[in-house]
Design a protein around this ligand. Structure first.
Ligand SMILES: Cc1ncc(C[n+]2csc(CCOP(=O)(O)OP(=O)(O)O)c2C)c(N)n1
Ligand SMILES: [Mg+2]
Length: 605
């Protein structure tokens, strides 16, 4: 393990009780007067240790749903002064909230109960895995005495098998700690947390329900502050990779740079920018990396997303004779149904710890940020691609003016959302046509941007908005959520109100699953229309600060935005926007046809 927490062992006071923690009912926190005289503090418990560790790594809000297997643990979490427990309506949303929180804070956590909670949160944890987010998923587990017995427990599928939940988590987390005794609890917890941070992936920690309150000597000292040894670059590999890359790029006529989503996990956004400043190349961003590359940069040319790129971006990228992709993920969606016009021999691909140049060679153990920094000292200035872009660029058209009482159009809606953005805001875009409409927004300096492009699980944005807003209270979150997605996870607007959040939610009511319509239509893409503002009013129920509006026309939208950003700026503002079912971005139409073609490829002969 790379942490220094193991040092604790040497500072542990002598204790006669080691190895014999009392079994049976857990002691309540307040009365946890220790049965082991030598243990010292009544705070020397697993529950306190876990709480303190969460605070140390930067988690000050934990999203949870209680259950009898986690109640004692929750008592300890709320007893920790630096920790705020946020009760959610369901575990899926608690997991999505931890995901949104991790995007803003660098790490997030949720606590659920055994199996019924665990299997409910699983989808959100899989999403966090796909997006490289360190989320600590804590599950209150069976009483330690029940392990190894043939008992059938409640909340299971009725088999005497305690490992079902664990097996499910094995494929969506990078480490699993099953804490069912106090002897190694300290080490297991610290290993799990440090692995999450090092790998930037979720981890699973199951804590037996009878253990959190029992004092134990391994928790008797203040934990050694959390520390991780940094990953290191192999210097020889770095020099060779930089040499080869500089040779490759310096001979190119019109090279470009494209930032990908793994810039975040590589913590390389700044180094990417440094290289851009040094070499003068045109700079593009992949759709899933929007928000990681500053769009006010002097050489920024937009989003590179093949046939659905922002104006003139694909032409410049695909006609370049060399491109450097930093942290890219090419899947069927980001490649628009495998239709990108890129050639591997023209590409330098940077993974977080690996550099691949053209069809070879490849250099391992080279950290992206070190590589970018070193390369910036070796590249010749070349602004050709950016100059070409400037020469051919014609700005996007403005939407046609609305007639009074003309049904609101999506392009008009997004023109007004654009005007709301500032360094004090953050956009959250749900899977659906919002992916394409939000992608076209120009982000001012400091404006956050999040969406879940790799996993694309509808409903994510409700929990993510809750978590992100909790993590960054100084920013106002603006969420664009389709009606179909909202129907999956709507309940946790309730938690936003309880937390006093003032996000602005645009609920785009187009009567169905429009993105699916454009891939493959059928009657299943029409959904039951809800009175969405009525639903939010019912959730509000007079408690908390909430304001809703339903808008059909541009005039109403303008007024709603003025109210949300003026007199109601402290309220959670929910604006239901009624649009025509066929009113989509043009990018969705193009992308949908291409994804449909990719999905519909006949079996190989
Ligand atoms: C959990 C989950 N179930 C199903 C899907 C398939 N799916 C992708 S987008 C979508 C519809 C989204 O509809 P809506 O939120 O109304 O957005 P719109 O395209 O209408 O803007 C569905 C069902 C999914 N991505 N995730
Ligand atoms: Mg819809």
């Amino acid at each position: 393990m790379d942490t220094n927490v193991g040092d604790l062992v040497s500072r542990k006071p002598p204790c006669d009780g080691i190895g014999s923690p009392p079994n049976g009912a857990a002691t309540a926190i307040q009365s946890s007067a220790t049965p082991h005289a030598a243990v010292g503090s009544p705070d020397a418990t697993l529950g306190r240790h876990l709480s303190r560790r969460l605070v140390q790594i930067g988690v000050t809000d934990v999203f949870s749903v209680p259950g009898d297997f986690n109640l004692t643990l929750l008592d300890h979490l709320i007893a920790e002064p630096g920790l705020n427990l946020v009760g959610c309506c369901n575990e899926l949303n608690a997991g999505y909230a931890a995901d949104g929180y991790a995007r803003a804070r660098g790490v997030g956590a949720c606590v659920v109960t055994f199996t019924v909670g665990g299997l409910s949160v699983l989808n959100a944890i899989a999403g966090a895995y796909s997006e490289n987010l360190p989320v600590v998923c804590i599950v209150g587990g069976p009483n330690s005495n029940d392990y190894g017995t043939n008992r059938v427990l409640h909340h299971t599928i009725g088999l005497p098998d305690f490992s079902q939940e664990l097996r499910c988590f094995q494929t969506v987390t990078c480490f699993q700690a099953v804490v069912n005794n106090l002897e190694d609890a300290h080490e297991l917890i610290d290993t799990a947390i440090s692995t999450a941070l090092k790998e930037s992936k979720p981890v699973y920690i199951s804590i037996s329900c009878n253990l959190p309150a029992i004092p134990h000597p391994t928790f008797s000292c203040e934990p050694v502050p959390f520390a991780l040894s940094p990953k290191l670059t192999n210097q020889t590999g770095l020099e060779a990779a930089v040499e080869a890359a500089a040779k490759f790029l310096n001979k190119a006529v019109k090279p470009v740079m494209v930032g990908g989503p793994k810039l975040r996990v590589a913590k390389a956004s700044e180094a990417f920018l440094g290289l851009a400043n040094a070499c003068g190349y045109a700079v593009a961003v992949m759709p899933s990396a929007k928000g990681l590359v500053p769009e006010h940069h002097a050489h920024f040319i937009g989003t590179y997303w093949g046939a659905v790129s922002t104006a003139f971006c694909a032409e410049i990228v695909e006609s370049a004779d060399a491109y450097l992709f930093a942290g890219s993920i090419f899947n069927d969606y980001s490649s628009v149904g495998y239709s990108l016009l890129l050639k591997k021999e023209k590409a330098i691909i940077l993974e977080p710890d690996r550099v691949v140049i053209g069809n070879g060679p490849a250099f391992g153990c080279v950290l992206m940020k070190d590589f970018l920094k070193a390369l910036s000292k070796r590249l010749k200035q070349n602004t050709t691609a950016y100059e070409n872009y400037q020469r051919i660029f014609v700005p996007d058209g403005q939407p046609l003016k609305c007639e009074p009482k003309e049904p609101l159009r999506v392009n008009v809606l997004f023109k007004h959302i654009q005007d709301m953005l500032s360094s004090e805001s953050a956009m959250i875009a749900e899977t659906g046509d919002s992916w394409f409409n939000c992608q076209k927004l120009k982000l001012p300096r400091g404006c956050g941007y999040e969406f879940q492009m790799q996993y694309g699980s509808i409903g994510w944005s409700v929990g993510a908005t809750l978590g992100y807003a909790q993590a960054v209270p100084e920013k106002r979150v603006i969420a664009c959520i389709g009606d179909g997605s909202f129907q999956v996870t709507a309940q946790d607007v309730s938690t936003m109100l309880r937390c006093g959040q003032n996000s602005v939610i645009f609920l785009i009511n187009n009567g169905g699953y429009t993105i699916e319509v454009e891939i493959h239509d059928g009657p299943y893409n029409v959904i039951k229309n809800w009175n969405y503002t009525g639903l939010v009013e019912a959730i509000h129920n007079g408690e908390g600060k909430c304001w809703t509006a339903k808008v059909h026309y541009e005039e109403e939208l303008i007024e709603a935005i003025q109210t949300a950003t003026g007199p109601k700026k402290d309220c959670l503002c929910f604006i239901e926007v009624i649009v025509h079912k066929d009113d989509t971005s043009k990018e969705l139409l193009e992308w949908g046809s291409r994804v449909s073609a990719a999905n519909g490829r006949p079996p190989n002969p």
